[in-house]
Write a protein that binds this ligand. Structure first.
Ligand code: PEP
Ligand code: MN
Length: 336
């Protein structure tokens, strides 16, 4: 339950209220000075209790443990502004595309040149790759930062890259426009809190073993520290199915839209691990109400150092763009 207090409230009034709630056995958390979250067994809560406290303006029952990311806190959709672009506008659908990882200057410059020619503004480019096997390519790491910088200056593009530790925040901040928190770090609460203290837009991927509630609670960690610029990303969850790498949970899109004001994008590349399923699932994500896509595209997927089997070739990406445009038109949206 959330209790809204008057703006002007004395220490005494707060103390009295807190003591009375504690006596009833409730846990109290001040989200802001005048917004209090109380937890405990609220089934038999006697609402007349509130009448005794003139400092209380209103109260609201919640059906879930998160608040700041919920529609109860903010009914209007959150739109994230990144330089001159937006993610989360009702009339837009954002494409973020690029290779799983930056491999070398030649690979990176070719893919950027081609994606830019296709009108892509947001580039995904992994530097720190949290791979399942320690023997797999781990990304160029710090050595790739200058590459991003050079392309940024020349091309006026926006870059998304994964951040895996708190120490990287200051360094990456200068080069990257949107931080990505990968599925393996969705519950790295120290990292979430540290990113919450910045104002940097952040893509928060759903952990592959996490429920929607756990995912939204992770977003709540970020927001509680003051950063509202969160973009949720559905990237598939682990099920018993083996034909795909994970199972894309399309139902999370309309569900998250009901529960939260935050924008949600979809990553069908990591969800399926198969380039041949990207097109139908991308179209379905758009039709389901997602705000955009995060896609892996590679010049030569066969030779990619990571995630080649799930990377689209440029020609397939171009075809997909065409089909997305058609559906977007019907939905009154524009592909950005
Ligand atoms: C990625 O986008 O490069 C990535 C590693 O994704 P995920 O965290 O969803 O596995
Ligand atoms: Mn990848």
């Amino acid at each position: 339950m959330i209790i809204y207090l008057k703006k002007e409230i004395s220490e005494n009034e707060i103390n009295e209220l807190v003591q009375a709630l504690k006596n009833k056995g409730y846990k109290i958390f001040f989200i802001f000075k005048n917004i209090v979250k109380i937890d405990g067994d609220l089934n038999n809560f006697d609402m007349t209790f509130f009448k005794k406290f003139s400092c209380i303006l209103n109260f609201q029952k919640l059906n879930h443990p998160f608040y700041l990311v919920s529609r109860e806190y903010k009914n209007d959709d959150t739109i994230i502004k990144i330089k001159d672009s937006y993610i989360g506008k009702k009339e837009e659908f954002t494409l973020i595309a690029g290779p799983c990882a930056i491999e070398n200057e030649e690979q990176f410059s070719k893919i950027i040149f081609n994606l830019k020619n296709l009108g892509i503004k947001f580039i995904r480019a992994g530097l720190f790759k949290p791979r399942t096997s320690p023997y797999s390519f781990q990304g160029l790491q710090n050595n790739g930062l200058e590459l991003i910088n050079n392309f940024k200056k020349e091309n006026n593009l926006l870059f998304v890259s994964e951040i895996v530790s708190i120490e990287q925040i200051d360094k990456l901040d200068k080069y990257v426009d949107i931080f990505q928190i990968g599925c393996r770090n969705m519950q790295n609460y120290a990292l979430l809190k540290a990113i919450g203290k910045t104002k940097k837009p952040v893509i928060l991927k759903r952990g592959f073993s996490n429920t929607i509630e756990e995912w939204l609670l992770s977003a709540e960690y970020i927001m509680l520290e003051g950063n509202e610029n969160i973009i949720l990303c559905e990237r598939g969850i682990r099920t018993f199915e083996n034909y795909t790498r994970f199972t894309l949970d399309l139902s999370s899109i309309p569900l998250v839209k009901k529960l939260s004001h935050l924008p949600i994008i979809v990553d069908p590349s990591h969800a399926t691990g198969r380039w041949d399923l990207i097109e139908p699932l991308s179209l379905a994500s758009l039709a389901c109400g997602a705000d955009g896509l995060l896609l892996e595209v590679h010049e030569n997927p066969k030779n990619a150092l990571s995630d080649g089997p799930q990377s689209l070739k440029l020609e397939n990406f171009e075809e997909l763009l065409c089909k997305l445009n058609n559906i977007a038109k019907t939905l009154g949206k524009e592909i950005k």
